[in-house]
Write a protein that binds this ligand. Sequence first.
Ligand SMILES: *Cc1c(COP(=O)(O)O)cnc(C)c1O
Length: 419
Amino acid sequence: MGKKPPSVNNLALSLQNSGIPHELLVEQARSAIAAGDWENMEERMEHLQRSFIQPVINATGVLLHTNLGRASWESPESNFSSNIEFDLASGNRGSRQTGIGNLFAQLCGAESAMVVNNCSSAVLLVLSALASGKGVAISRSELVEIGGSFRVPEILELSGANLVEVGTTNKTRLVDYQKAIDAHRDVAMSLKVHQSNYKIVGFTEEATVEELTSLDLPLVVDIGSGLLDSSCPWLSSGPPKWLAGEPAAKQTLLGGADLVTFSCDKLLGGPQAGIIAGKSDLIEKCLRHPFARVLRPGSHTLLSLQELAMRYLHRDGDGIPFWKMASLGLEELRIRAERMNAGEIVSVDSIPGGGTLPTVVIPSVGLKFSGDRSSELRLGFNGGLPIIARVSDGDTYLDFRTVDPAHDEMIANALGNLD
Ligand SMILES: *Cc1c(COP(=O)(O)O)cnc(C)c1O
């Protein structure tokens, strides 16, 4: 070293072609000079660029990749004012929940529905509005943790409700609910939580939704993943085999649940949000609770969800990227992989991901490269998007099921430049 450092301002000015705001460049220049490595600005700038949220190509084969924003869904442009809380008919104030709530009520076969920030919010709001200070009966096999920060006992405590544990880890019967409810007197509802990300196998038993309706208490079912209807009317080929056994909103309500809660960015295939659907009087209580305001989504999310709901109502599964990707045929995927003219064509397994369907794999086609090439691919090529591949047993795999075909050429260019 020994060289005299440049001024902070001159160093920042020398970087202005990057398009990064001057204020941030000054900050970078200052810390580089303080650390004595102002001659190495390229690496610093790259590090900064990569810290910004940007589109990436998901070639992992994980359809709902939590680190990549779960469901692939393009948000519609919404730069302008909207009638989110304005009634165009009367010119008076309206509710942001009415229009979108009606669409999801229609889709779930429910009396009523509302939207919050995610499924965790939905569960928190329902518990707070219906059971604060009272007991909630839940099976010991359903005191789950999903994604590390959603833990049913903790959400329950936060809502002010009291946990009334029912049955055992592997077996919980209807009579166990009855016993627990009789022993506690102040139980306000029973909650059934779908074991989304794990399975208990072997000597097991659980009370069904239909059985739980006999308890004479509001029954709330957190189905989690947001499958609307098990008959999948939006798919011309009907429900895929791997979906078997996944609870759906419509059938759960038909079975007698009073409310269901689910995520919008899992099997529903949309943006991050959560839906509560079911009986009007219970939804009304949720809408009136102060948490409804705390947990309400903004206009961009609601507009995006409205678009998603319309595609479901039009039965346009191909217009919903998650379902389109999940339904792609192997031949089509093989042709795309062959066009890359690189690597070795191999059979791979896509997975739903996002903490759903933990034992399901969907056969797919991909390319294999020996060695770990993931960091080169993450660089993107020549201004192209970062490509996120999967590394398994030291080799690199690109699964074409989760890649938008519009990005195939970008991938071909990047692969042509792997050394
Ligand atoms: C995923 C999931 C949640 C949490 O949903 P978020 O939308 O991530 O908050 C809650 N309950 C169940 C059963 C889930 O599967």
